[in-house]
Write a protein that binds this ligand. Sequence first.
Ligand code: TRP
Length: 464
Amino acid sequence: METNLSQNDHSTDGAAARGSWGSNFGFIMAAAGSAVGLGNIWGFPMQVGKGGGAVFVMLYLCCVVFICLPILVAELALGRSSGRDPIGAFQVTKPATPWWLAGALGVTAGVGILSFYCVIAGWTLAYIWFSLSGCVGQAPGAFFGAFVADGSKNVLLSFAVLTITAGILLGGVREGIEKASKVMMPALFILLVLLGARALFLPGAASGLAYYLKPDLKEMANIAVLNAALGQAFFSLSLGMGAMITYGSYLSKKTNAVKAAGWVAGLDTMVALLAGFVVFPVGFSIAGFNPAEGGPGLIFSVLPNLFASMPGGALFGAAFFVLLTLAALTSTISLLEVPTAAMVDRGWCRRKSVLLVTLAVAAMAVPSVLSQGAVAWLTKVPGTGMDFLSLMAVVWNNWALPIGGLLISVFVGWVWGADKAIAELKAEGNSFPGARVWAFLIRYVCPVAILFVIVMTARGMFAG
Ligand code: TRP
């Protein structure tokens, strides 16, 4: 999986200097590395818990297939055709219009998402050690609560995550990361299958599976659940903020971007579903477990119970959190890369760009850290009923990403034009079997469905 990315400094002097992915497989692993992360293993089970179980899972799958997969294809097409960062992609495609603002929204979302994402990645980092040393003890929930309330420790942990991410971007060792993801992604997958197999033999497995797989259809009409499912699908696939535009801009015309999109979406969805097969059987084997109350601590309070029940559990636990941390890092890289690329394309040098963006993210991360118990008013931000970290997740995932996705689908479907995008995707003799279906989805289904969810959610909010 060789790429030329490390030689590519987004110089503004034309596409030739930007380099490209070395192979199809390399691109799929890097894009899947961006997609597969905390969103799948930490976020998905938590959202299923909040959204009432199987109904959420069903809505989520519909969002992935009918809305997100077409947008993933659209982002890749726009990136590849323009060969630019998200702001530049809109500028090059439709110069002298305000469309570049859609790219700017994405760049801002990158900073916002990373500001809370690095906090959770810091927790996974700490849990490598906690699993090995066995200090989680008999009451993992209480341990987790006490741990996250320790503000200074967690500030250091999230800064450590940001420092590693910045170091990787600075050193240009994306080749190293890609090579690592080729090993890491399959390893994470195998470990999840093993854990799932163990979880299925726990005493609560049957009720856990029923909760996870049997939808309570009354909940289908709940617009908040639909909004959460859509936001989660965008987040999990790294869509709506131009991460895939940026990655698409490194694609060669020879790559079949449609097929690659299918792989990325398929892998990402499989990892998320697997995480549910691990978390819910384990959760329901614990007395008094209420999935709806799990919140951000869900996997940290539930999974140690699984590890404790297994021979060699300390090692399994540590291995799990190592892989989860690495999966998180391939995602933080793509998040930091978007604002960095945007600054570099505006004439900043790469070093300064990385430094400035990282400092901004670090400053924004502090309130998210302190909202987990250290500072009282941040644990319930007035007027929202949420802690600051959860508020950030809602603002960026449930609002900024769907709005970004709406803008991208309108832009590609109507402004740039679905036909031009299809011609781009079919370059060099690549096949695109469902092209007409895709055009229909991107022009009509995506904008209408996303707009519907946004409007209904806003109405619900303002109606109280
Ligand atoms: N998809 C990643 C996850 O599931 C998070 C992520 C990385 C992301 N890059 C992104 C989310 C860009 C939205 C946009 O953990």
